[in-house]
Ligand binder design. Structure first.
Ligand SMILES: [Zn+2]
Length: 326
């Protein structure tokens, strides 16, 4: 394994929708998530945020409709032959014009959303191609040796293109960094469909520095691939660390009892104490296999430990029973 390097990673700027970071080229219609001004496809300085483009197009079509209404209005008056007809055409045109503007304003938001969706739908190919160019640029930066920047670029692309390949590239880069508590890291977007030893190692690192990032999806991933993980050199250690992350919350202890039954015996003291406190917080509950296991470990190792005295012997677990099979 290569030596890990210390790096600075810029925080990831989160947006409500992932498309908010997309820019489109006014000239060739290419999309990019990394481009600043210059289009990577045609080279022109014509990039604008996709939302801005959609707003512009919505506004333009509204003006075209008004223009068309104005022409019809004029034609209506022009076709009149006497005062009465002119007056009727003029009044009807005025009413229609006002109605048109009122309706346009009322549905402006809907039309904008529609326009935005159409922009992406029509440009589907260019979107795929454009993000491909972004990806190539990130790989280029990686080859030039700027790993943190390459990671940041891949992270942007990866939020829009959810493929295992992009996830793996990010994980491999992350695994070459020294991870720290203060880094803006992520896990769930990186969970691959298939088993990946590199991903598991990354989870193992996170379980050391950012336990809070290990949530439901990660626990499920680890449990699904448990056997493969156990075959890894540090597999058992990683699973124990993940179990140590699970004792952060009572919810996880309840949801993933198997993880705790199997690895509670290997937890470091502070994590085991935390697990005991969770169980103690709800003594009336039937903690099932976890209760049996924790009680056995407690009696064997920590019964006389001063740090465990406040737990009062954990005797409430004495009655824990195995869950009956239905
Ligand atoms: Zn372009």
């Amino acid at each position: 394994m290569n030596k890990k390097i210390p790096v600075q990673i810029s925080p990831y700027i989160r947006t409500q929708y992932s498309y908010e970071k997309l820019k489109i080229c006014r000239s060739c219609g290419n999309f990019t998530v990394l481009g600043d001004e210059e289009c990577g496809a045609c080279g022109k300085s014509a990039l604008v945020p996709a939302q801005e483009r959609a707003a512009y197009l919505t506004g333009r079509s509204a003006w075209l409709e008004r223009l068309l209404a104005l022409v019809l209005w004029g034609a209506g008056i022009g076709l009149g032959t006497n005062d009465m007809e002119w007056a009727v055409a003029g009044a009807a045109g005025l009413i229609l014009m006002v109605l048109l503007i009122v309706m346009q304003n009322k549905f402006a938001e809907t039309r904008y959303r529609h326009q935005l969706a159409r922009l992406f739908k029509r440009g589907e190919e260019q979107l795929v191609e454009g993000l491909g160019i972004d990806h190539d640029e990130a790989i280029e930066v990686f080859k030039e040796g700027d790993k943190p920047l390459a990671y940041e670029m891949l992270r942007e692309v990866g939020m829009l293109v959810r493929t295992d390949q992009l996830r793996m590239e990010q994980i491999l880069l992350l695994q070459s960094f020294i991870l720290r508590k203060d880094m803006d890291l992520m896990l769930e977007p990186l969970l691959t469909h298939r088993f990946s030893a590199d991903l598991v190692e990354y989870i193992g690192e996170l379980a050391k520095v950012r336990k809070d990032l290990i949530k439901e999806k990660a626990f499920r991933y680890v449990l699904v691939h448990e056997l493969q993980i156990l075959r890894m050199e540090q597999g058992e250690q990683i699973l124990t660390r993940v179990a140590g992350a699970a004792v952060r919350m009572k919810r996880y202890v309840i949801m993933y009892p198997h993880l705790l039954v199997r690895y509670a015996g290997k937890l470091p003291k502070d994590r085991f104490l935390r697990l005991c406190m969770i169980l103690k917080s709800e003594p009336a509950r039937n903690w099932g296999e976890v209760g049996i296991e924790v009680y056995a470990i407690f009696n064997a190792r920590y019964k006389h430990d001063p740090e465990f005295q406040s737990l009062g012997g954990m005797t409430f677990l004495a009655g824990s029973t195995r869950y009956s099979r239905h």
